[in-house]
Design a protein around this ligand. Sequence first.
Ligand SMILES: Cc1cc2nc3c(=O)[nH]c(=O)nc-3n(C[C@H](O)[C@H](O)[C@H](O)COP(=O)(O)OP(=O)(O)OC[C@H]3O[C@@H](n4cnc5c(N)ncnc54)[C@H](O)[C@@H]3O)c2cc1C
Length: 408
Amino acid sequence: MADRAQTDIVVVGAGVLGLSVACHLLDRNAGRVVVVDADTPAAGTSGAGAGFVGLWAAGYADFFTDGELTLEQYGIDYYRDLAEHGASIDHRVNGNLYAATTEDGWRRWVEPVVGHASAPPGTRGLSPRETAEATGGVLSAESVVGAALHPGGIQISAGRATRALADRLVAGGGVLRTHTRVTGLLTSDRAVTGVRTAAGDITAKSVVLACGAWTNALVPALGYRAPLMRVVATRVISPPSGVGADMPTVMVPDLYGLWLREHRGGLTYGNGDGYAPLFELDGALGEGGRPHAGQLVERLAELLSPRLRKLVPAHDTSVGWWLQGVPCMTPDRRFLAGPVPGVRGVHVVTGDNEAGVTHGPGLGRMMADLILDGGSTWIDPADYRLDRFAPGTFPTERSVLAAMPARR
Ligand SMILES: Cc1cc2nc3c(=O)[nH]c(=O)nc-3n(C[C@H](O)[C@H](O)[C@H](O)COP(=O)(O)OP(=O)(O)OC[C@H]3O[C@@H](n4cnc5c(N)ncnc54)[C@H](O)[C@@H]3O)c2cc1C
């Protein structure tokens, strides 16, 4: 049955990006905003996110610059505000810690954080003993050469935060339609007029595609293909073993990008051993929801576990259970956010580069500005425009992978 109420803006996708856009549109009195999801909020990649939120542009991710730093600080502030308004998102200001296990790792990954021009107040380098102390003894002093600490970094539950955004949407007068798959876009004279769903058409003046790993199921019909490389990423959760709740989030880049943090008295962690391009994993992702690639968990258990036992000797790091999601990478590791070239009224926000929880609120604010004003005085959207890549430059996911700068 068709939706008869006049909708101004339809957002496709109730992940952290789509809901952030929708909430900011409502803040700006954008009219009737409807978010449509094939499943439920956080059923996609957002529900698998590890929930590290930090200032990655301050020395850790060298493909990020001042624009991302602004988005990151906005994310930290936005989640604090959500928590202060009573949302149960497991919000903690534990700090972000960047550790090295080798001298080379220290020089390449940790030193740039300590000495970065935009290092936040209180940033400091830690000796091996201080690193062990800062983590409540989780990291052993014997297996690290040191670390850098950003004390203002936070951790949240990404799934809970996404559901809290959905609650904020509805409380603010927005509409959430779950279990409603968008099967196509309605256009007339090169302008969007709404979306098609199995439950009927929804007419709208604008459409925002925030459908993550499924973006290229919808946009090619408009003559545009998003340059995305989808990666299946694994998050392991170990059994409870008395890990303290105030432990900072930990990144150990020289262990193939290891990240770990406390989760209900145990640890949650992952690294490159549990990641693979989706195109190497036939059938790992269906029409929606999360992937299921057990072979990545087996590989991670085989390759990472011995090193993890050395790094974290006092706690159980075995695989209790695991989750997977599908971050979308771009050729330059910057987000893909802006109008779709050649069709009026359609915007895309994706290309999260496994950092959408951190940057989601800021991207949501920027997208609301773009949709309502055609630009943003808050942040320069040029770095994220879709047309920064010439059409046809990245016809396949493999070609995106080949262009990506090395992972940090
Ligand atoms: C293991 C792991 C760890 C991570 N850790 C972090 C971290 O610590 N910090 C951080 O910042 N980021 C992290 N990320 C990345 C973060 O989770 C993503 O960047 C973010 O969740 C992407 O959000 P999204 O809204 O783009 O996608 P999604 O959450 O996937 O949302 C897209 C939604 O669109 C819906 N949809 C798709 N197609 C349709 C359709 N046709 N019709 C209707 N609905 C549709 C889906 O059902 C889904 O709900 C991590 C990711 C993983 C997997």
